[in-house]
Design a protein around this ligand. Structure first.
Ligand SMILES: [Zn+2]
Length: 458
């Protein structure tokens, strides 16, 4: 890898980081659950992997060999290896639970009546408590994890069979209307729909929204029908994602609409059109159970009369269209206090694990001395301290990524290995450490960045 680039030339830091993440890490962690399992001894493996990551981070940043690991990892936006493996292991446990119900792995796990296989002779079911406590295997972790969330996949549902997709059979009965850039035009379109329902006895409008507060998702739908008062529904549930709550609100609204036999046209107005598209998505996704139910209802609705149709209109919250804004406020008005423990949704589990790893990394970074006592704290554009983040790449040196030399210099400055007075005072106290400007006795990084007139024009 040293042939590809160094601190002065070669591939830039983003390419170096991607090369490490996409080529080195997958090879090093190939089939890692074989050595990482319930009660396994992992010190030796983690030690090798830590050394590997340290060498990679020093290669990417060009920092000194003595630079602290946690600090350099944060600068390069690489999660510490033990946290990264923890995240991957969590994903591995979740993936086992997303396998089809006829998969053979279910016969070895404890039977719960949901799967088609009968228990295997080596199933966890047949172990006594003492044997289970002594068993060293990922299977125990998979089994325990499976009890933490409720199922959301439905692989063999009749609705998802090829040749039976609702979108293929009734392509003209549904349509999606995305929001345009012209806000006034969007509001005019939505107003026209409302006027139409006030004079059309065959149309019903469902306005839905959802929000999450204190881990409680609240979904609200207002159903407008001709010559009838508005039907308002409100549901709240713990530990699910906003997308699932949005889909549930739509599902409930559609269920209510199709029960009225006079209704021929349904209009759904929501700020999550991408979630509505999931209803007609026949590929594998964690909303399959809801999608199958809605799809079945719509199939019956379309089969009654080929003139029946459903339309989905996009209405972003920032548009603040009056009727949607009321629904939006209703979702935020509701306050519930969750009483644990509750089972979670599959994708909520996935998201919360990722969030917990990030917060653990941030906590370690703030509290630990492993980042280096002289690590330079910087502020972002909003004047908040920059923290490690897994989402949008490294914030530290995003602006220096075009030049290897500049990036290396900045890395050394942040880890206090820049050849300035502060560094000389620490490692070579006999040498001069005053600033050439003569104003400040020690040439520190803060002085150079904020005060020294040699670099600042005042
Ligand atoms: Zn100075």
């Amino acid at each position: 890898m040293k042939l590809l680039g160094n601190s002065t030339r070669g591939i830039n830091l983003i390419q170096k980081r991607q090369l490490y993440r996409c080529c080195t890490l997958p090879i090093a962690l190939y089939r890692f659950p074989l050595w990482l399992y319930n009660k396994s001894l992992t010190y030796y493996h983690f030690n090798i992997l830590r050394k590997m990551q340290r060498r990679a981070t020093l290669w990417i940043t060009g920092a000194f060999q003595t630079a602290p690991s946690l600090g350099v990892e944060a600068i390069t936006d690489l999660v510490p290896i033990h946290l990264y493996i923890k995240k991957l292991y969590g994903r591995f446990l979740l993936c086992q639970s997303s396998l089809p119900s006829n998969h053979i792995i279910h016969s070895i796990l404890s039977s719960d009546g949901l799967h088609e296989h009968s228990s295997h002779n080596a199933s966890i079911d047949y172990l006594i408590a003492k044997q289970r406590s002594r068993l060293k295997s990922s299977l125990i972790n998979v089994h325990d994890k499976r009890n933490e969330f409720f199922p959301s996949f439905s692989f063999f549902n009749h609705e998802f069979k090829s040749g039976n997709h609702i979108i293929d059979i009734f392509p003209d009965c549904l349509s999606f209307h995305s929001c345009t850039l012209n806000a006034k035009k969007n509001i005019c379109n939505l107003e026209e729909i409302i006027i139409k329902v006030s004079i059309d006895p065959f149309t019903t409008i469902v306005i839905s929204d959802a929000s999450i507060k204190n881990q409680v998702a609240t979904s609200v739908s207002h159903i407008h029908s001709y010559d009838k008062p508005v039907v308002k529904t409100l549901h709240s549930i713990v530990n699910i994602t906003t997308a699932k709550a949005e889909l549930f609100a739509m599902r409930y609204g559609i269920n209510q609409a199709v029960t009225n036999h006079n209704i021929k046209h349904i209009v759904i107005i929501s700020d999550s059109l991408h979630v509505a598209r999931k209803i007609f998505n026949s590929s594998t996704h964690p909303y399959q159970i809801h999608s199958a139910t809605v799809s079945l209802k719509l199939r019956e609705f379309f089969s009654k009369d080929f003139q029946n149709y459903i339309k989905f209109w996009d209405c972003p919250s920032k548009l603040q269209w009056a009727l949607h804004h009321v629904v939006n406020q209703d979702t935020k008005f509701m306050t519930s206090v969750p009483s644990f423990p509750y089972k979670s949704l599959w994708d909520f589990c996935k998201k919360s694990e990722c969030d917990s790893i990030t917060s653990l990394w941030r906590m370690t970074f703030q509290a630990s001395d492993s980042k280096g006592r002289n690590f330079l704290g910087l502020l972002n554009d909003d004047l908040h301290p920059i923290e490690p983040s897994c989402t949008k790449g490294g914030l530290w040196l995003l602006h220096f990524s075009y030049s290897n030399l500049l990036y290396t210099r900045a890395s050394r400055a942040i880890t206090n290995h820049a050849p300035i007075g502060e560094y000389r005072l620490r490692f070579f106290p006999k040498e001069s450490f005053t600033c050439p400007c003569g104003i400040y006795s020690i040439e520190t990084r803060q002085h150079i960045l904020h005060e020294c007139h040699r670099f600042n024009n005042y």
